[in-house]
Design a binder for this molecule. Structure first.
Ligand SMILES: Cc1cc2nc3c(=O)[nH]c(=O)nc-3n(C[C@H](O)[C@H](O)[C@H](O)COP(=O)(O)O)c2cc1C
Length: 509
């Protein structure tokens, strides 16, 4: 074996300290004139984070809407030493409660979390779901899409907070807030706002003793800096977002002297060891992945849609209109490969902008909508939509009857909402309409995994992917250090391939 190969093998084991001699050979601890030492690489992420959540790896499987991050996925993450977040958004509260109760019974105290998504159009969803999380003692929620903080967030965070005899404060419920903007980071890093505390108190949601502790408790315990990702995204580059949010954590920690440190994690674009290493080098306390988990066997997405995901390249994603904030022109990042969803939904978004009512849409366009997109007369779609709202939220139906533009929005949102369900359910007759949230991380993983055991979807398991990213990032870090010290030429690191877990698990202490 050549020297270089011996060196590469030593570098590939993150638990080994490597003593580099000036001539490029491996030395030992007592040698003089060493070129440098490459230390064993400790586990990724913040030890506080791992301790707080009771996980081995500072790796979070982020929420995916409509139960795509399914019970099976959350369980797999939890059993694999990671933190899985159940994708409650878009599900009726009764189903959320069933899933959460089953998870709690299954995992018997092992950590897991669930998503609380901001639903300004239906605040009762947020209230009911927060109550379910408190009732079933879900100890971490991923709070997403919040533009404003709400009383439900304050209620969840403060429930169970108590002063210890030694003067410290126990806060059992943690909020991992997902943000892409500095203004929101500031709100989440501030103490739970007095106005919300008063409201939660007035509604009998929290006790006066819990309310009294609010000035000492940050709204979020952890902040996930969400860069360009699948689904709802501001398309921020991680490289620019990261330093801004870390600076806020420093400022707010110093200002409020919280008992628990404020942490920042990284999400968006993480689908390879290179990306995880970038997060590590930026100082991420933890990472959150989404897109790559969606193509795994534990995903709630239909097998046929997972097959599509596994074939996508990183450029096979596109912006499409978001169903929930359609009227505001909000965008989501979706798969372009194998579906016409983004193009069709965009046609609806343009019509919505241009016309004041369904009746104003020119006949030729209306015909295309009815035959190609809705596959039913728009009047029929309205009847179904009206019936749905009359049962669920009658005020919406009344408002739409009085406001033709709003009626158009509800009809168009029928398509946007169904399009996700068709993908989840694998409706073959609606394949061109499948709406599949996806970011470039998926294609990046596919490109990396090409030719490996993980190319076929049936071999993709969320924890196997996580361990490959974690191990790969540690190995890359060591190759980079060796190159920085001049022991390896730049670019001479061996090809890093995803490997069977049995070969790498031992490296990850
Ligand atoms: C299919 C899909 C659905 C998602 N749904 C949610 C959601 O309901 N709530 C949420 O907080 N984040 C959601 N996300 C974001 C993920 O939790 C995660 O933050 C993001 O995917 C990370 O970026 P990546 O896609 O580049 O890995 C979703 C992402 C995907 C791909």
């Amino acid at each position: 074996m050549s020297t270089n190969q011996i060196l590469l093998e030593a570098l590939a084991d993150p638990n080994k300290t490597v003593y580099l001699k000036a001539d490029g050979y491996l030395g030992s601890a007592g040698d003089s004139g060493l070129l440098g030492i490459i230390p064993a690489i400790p586990a990724f992420g913040s030890p506080d984070f791992r301790a707080a959540y009771g996980v081995k790896h500072a790796y979070v499987g982020g929420a995916m809407v409509g139960g795509i991050s399914s019970r099976a996925m959350v369980k797999a993450f939890s059993e694999g030493g990671c933190l899985g977040i159940f994708g409650s958004s878009g599900l009726p509260p009764a189903r959320v409660e069933d899933e959460i109760a089953a998870l709690a019974a299954d995992l018997k105290g092992k950590p897991f979390g669930a998503c609380l998504i901001h639903t300004p159009q239906d605040p009762s969803w947020e209230e009911k779901v927060a109550e379910i999380y408190i009732k079933h003692q879900v100890r971490v929620i991923e709070a997403s899409a919040f533009m404003q903080l709400t009383p439900s967030l304050a209620r969840y965070r403060l429930s169970g907070a108590a002063r210890r005899p030694d003067g410290g404060i126990d806060v059992p419920n943690r909020i991992m807030a997902k943000v892409s903007r500095v203004e929101l980071a500031r709100r989440f890093f501030s103490p739970v706002p007095e106005k919300l505390v008063k409201e939660a108190l007035a509604r009998g949601w929290i006790t006066p003793a819990e309310a009294e502790l609010a000035p000492h408790i940050s709204m979020a315990s952890d902040l996930t800096a969400e860069a360009d990702s699948g689904g709802h995204t501001d398309f921020r580059p991680a490289l620019t977002l990261w330093p801004a949010l870390v600076a806020e954590a420093r400022i707010f920690s110093a200002k409020y002297q919280y008992a628990q440190p404020l942490r920042v994690g990284a999400a968006g674009g993480i689908g390879t060891p290179w990306a995880l290493l970038a997060a590590r080098q930026m100082g991420a306390a933890y990472v959150v992945t989404g897109s790559i988990n969606q193509s795994c066997v534990e995903s709630g997405l239909s097998p046929a849609a997972r097959e599509l995901l596994a074939k996508a390249g990183q450029a096979d994603v596109v912006q499409g209109p978001a169903a929930d904030m359609f009227e505001l022109g909000a965008k989501v990042q979706v798969l372009k490969f194998g579906t016409l969803y983004a193009m069709r939904a965009q046609k609806l978004a343009e019509a919505y902008r241009q016309y004041a009512s369904l009746e104003e849409i020119p006949a030729a366009d209306r015909e295309i909508f009815e035959t190609q997109i809705f596959k039913q007369p728009l009047g029929e779609i309205w009847n179904q939509t009206k019936k749905f709202f009359e049962e669920r939220d009658p005020a919406q139906a009344v408002k739409a009857e009085a406001d033709p533009k709003y009626k158009m929005a509800l009809v168009f949102r029928w398509y946007l909402g169904q399009a996700s369900r068709w993908a989840i359910g694998g409706a073959e007759d609606r394949r061109p309409d499948w709406q599949i949230f996806c970011g470039p991380a998926q294609g990046a993983f596919n490109e990396w995994a090409k030719g490996s055991a993980y190319e076929p979807v049936e071999n993709r398991r969320v924890v196997d992917l996580a361990l490959n990213l974690l191990y790969g990032a540690s190995a890359l870090m060591r190759y980079n250090l060796a190159a920085t010290l001049g022991a390896l030429p730049f670019g001479a690191a061996p090809e890093l391939r995803p490997r069977p877990v049995a070969e790498i698990a031992g490296y990850l202490n």
